[in-house]
Design a binder for this molecule. Sequence first.
Ligand code: ADP
Length: 484
Amino acid sequence: MLINGQWTDALSGETLDVENPGRKTIVGTVPRGHGEDVDAAVNAASKAFDAWRKVAPRDRGKILLSIATALEQQVEPMALAIATETGNAIRTQARPEAGAAADIFRFFGGLASELKGEQIPLNENMLSYSRREPIGVVGAIIPWNAPVLLAALKIAPALCAGNTMVLKTAEDAPLGVLLLARVAQEFLPDGVLNVLTGLGHECGAAIAEHPQIRKLSFTGSTSVGKSIMRAASDRIAPVSLELGGKSPSIVFPDANEDWVVDGIVTAMRFTRQSQSCTAGSRLFLHEDIFEPFLEKLAGRAAALKMGDPLDEATDMGAIINKKQFDKVCGYIDEGLALPDARLVTGGMPDTEGPLSEGYFSHPTIFADGSNDWRLAREEIFGPVLVAIKWRDEAEVIRMANDSHYGLAAFVWSRDIGQALRTAHQVEAGWVQVNQGIGQLPGQSYGGTKQSGIGREYSLESMLDSFTQKKSVTVNLDIPAPPAP
Ligand code: ADP
């Protein structure tokens, strides 16, 4: 772990194994951090804060830009680490993720001069201005599904704004983030960035509850997000939460085309085993195109090459761990047992052959679905798509919004007026029209309803999530000093 610029073990000496889910083999061992390690990291971050906040913003930005350049040189080792520990395919996922992490440092490094306040014309004889000040020690907790990218997305804006950080990696995917931290530490003063490895209920909970942590930034499940918010409420610490989703993809009858089919495959994040909170996992297909569209989609999904994440030819890798694999199998099993569900492609994983050597789950599509099925309501975080038929616009919007989640949505139509009308009515933090790509630096990204609070990826997100505004009002009309 990285604490105060030093690479250390856990004080207890305990460790955790890291598994390659594509091969079910142990590939590394990391410290199992506890509350006492969190204390040490928070002390280091608190000590470093005073000096770091006073570094001129553009100089902090230059440091981030140097980290970006160094990370660009480390894309291959980071990609290898990501693919090995997450099971995400190196060509389609891990390498792009490593590159995106470097790009995030470059993006925020260039924004340091934008940490501006405002001047407010309250009165002719009063100067009122605001300052954007850092909050202090930020506690960040990240999941395993895009670990290096999400680490960058917390570290870069928080440090750019003058905060220091204690970040906990996910227990399943710490190795890539430790590599990123090793690169970043070459440029940062000791204690500005501290990275811990450990379990959620031990190390993570200690971060959530730590009185000296002034802000919490969490990405993960909605249930843990609620516990983070409860812990923060004890000390009225601000939180940013990027949580789960069950995102709708709405296809209009004029969009029965191959590029839309490809777009649905991308939106569903099949090549990340759909282990993405933005996955468009509820597919609303208009009744006029239901069967022909589904047939093309099933063909595309079944053609994805699933296998060893480290093989350049692989499109789709493995599910992260046994627990998640069993959970996904449970949903597939439930779909197979539903009398009114039709399996279009996929199904239960192989029990023999090469794909039984890792946690591999076929892209699976159930049709004739109901928006009320558990399969259509709960976040599966696996490659299981439910196709639901719709007839009129009002009905599909009602079904799309009938979810406690509100993260992403996708609308597909050549009629842009119709598509935008729909986009404006869907309850989601991010709606894409005629594409299903991943987030890009510059856009504000985050959820509504139980998908979260706060935004990431943008200048505004850095200002809103990682600074606090201070107003200074100055009387310009003080009486003349008394005569001597
Ligand atoms: P996922 O299902 O994606 O693993 P989780 O919400 O369980 O999502 O985990 C996301 C991150 O939250 C991980 O780093 C995990 O260790 C951490 N975590 C899990 N439980 C807690 C908890 N009770 N308090 C703080 N962090 C936790």
